[in-house]
Design a protein around this ligand. Structure first.
Ligand code: PLP
Length: 278
């Protein structure tokens, strides 16, 4: 297939898939999701994504529709059905289908829904350099859950686009948390600095991988909050996500930033490319 959608066992193209309006994802965004990349028909860092899926679901008390390993196996099988070897793979699990009511439906009667889609992806392209804007982080205090509730992220992302930028950087009480759909890290004087894992950021898989690369390469790393001023004065700003693993930023709020330690960024990228077999 050129692309594929899966919903509770049914398989169609993405365009043809129909989901019941009573899926609680539709009314409440009552669900969690994951995004992974597929290279050569193999899901990259699948275990990291399954682990986060399990943890997000547990934090919102959603029961997985099948054991984690079974979901992993199913995702692998679905990725094989799409012709393109390189894919963007998305899946979400919602609390199930039942008439609109804020209260959870009875888990004995209503089971969670698994929706998956996969589409061809152009491959890793890291040569773009990002323009960033900063925005107030007005999100709730559960940003560590990869929930479907993304309205503030959507608003911030659109604001960035309207300002001619690639990403919006959330700032809470003067400290940088993360991007609207990415983690934001900096390099200063040879040290890799990234926000600690807490309820204010999503535990990004690429953030995790970069910390592991730093360890392997002997690059000192600090997991601590940094200010908007530190961001502006960093040697490098790295914006990371599964689909865009280590993007460099060259502008923040209309002023030039970063771009002063390309060698170190290159070392991290090399590790990533090795990891995906390129
Ligand atoms: N933070 C937010 C808010 C995100 O939406 C994402 C990815 O979509 C990330 C961070 C990066 O996570 P990952 O590296 O797992 O893609």
């Amino acid at each position: 297939m050129e692309n594929l959608a899966y919903y509770n066992g049914r398989i169609t193209s993405i365009e043809e898939m129909m989901i019941p309006a009573n899926d609680r994802g539709f009314y409440f965004g009552d669900g969690i999701y994951e995004v992974a990349m597929v290279f050569n028909h193999k899901i990259f860092a699948l275990e990291d994504h399954l682990e986060r899926m399990e943890s997000s679901a547990a934090m919102v008390q959603i029961q997985l529709p099948a054991p984690r390993e079974e979901i992993g196996r199913l995702l692998g099988e679905l990725a094989l059905k799409v012709e393109s070897p390189c894919q963007f793979l998305y899946w979400q699990i919602t609390r199930g289908t039942s008439p609109r009511n804020h209260l959870f439906p009875d888990p004995q009667k209503v089971t969670s829904n698994l929706y998956v889609y996969s589409k061809p992806w152009g491959g890793v392209e890291m040569s773009d350099t990002y323009r960033l804007i900063s925005v107030d982080d007005t999100r709730f205090l559960h940003c560590n859950i990869k929930t479907l509730n993304l309205l503030p992220n959507v608003m911030a992302s659109q604001k960035a686009k309207e300002a001619g930028c690639n990403e919006a950087v959330f700032v809470r009480d003067g400290y940088v948390t993360e991007g609207s759909h990415s983690n934001v890290s900096i390099i200063k004087d040879g040290v890799f600095i990234t926000h600690p894992l807490d309820n204010l950021i999503l535990p990004g898989t690429e953030r995790k991988h970069m910390l592991a690369y730093c360890k392997e390469l002997g690059i000192p790393a600090q997991e601590r909050a940094f200010t908007l001023e530190e961001l502006a004065e960093a040697d490098e700003i790295i914006v990371s996500s599964t689909s865009h693993p280590s993007m460099r930023a060259m502008e923040l709020n209309g002023r030039p930033v970063g771009m002063k330690n390309p060698e170190l960024v290159e070392k991290l990228r090399k590790k990533y490319l090795e990891g995906i077999g390129q």
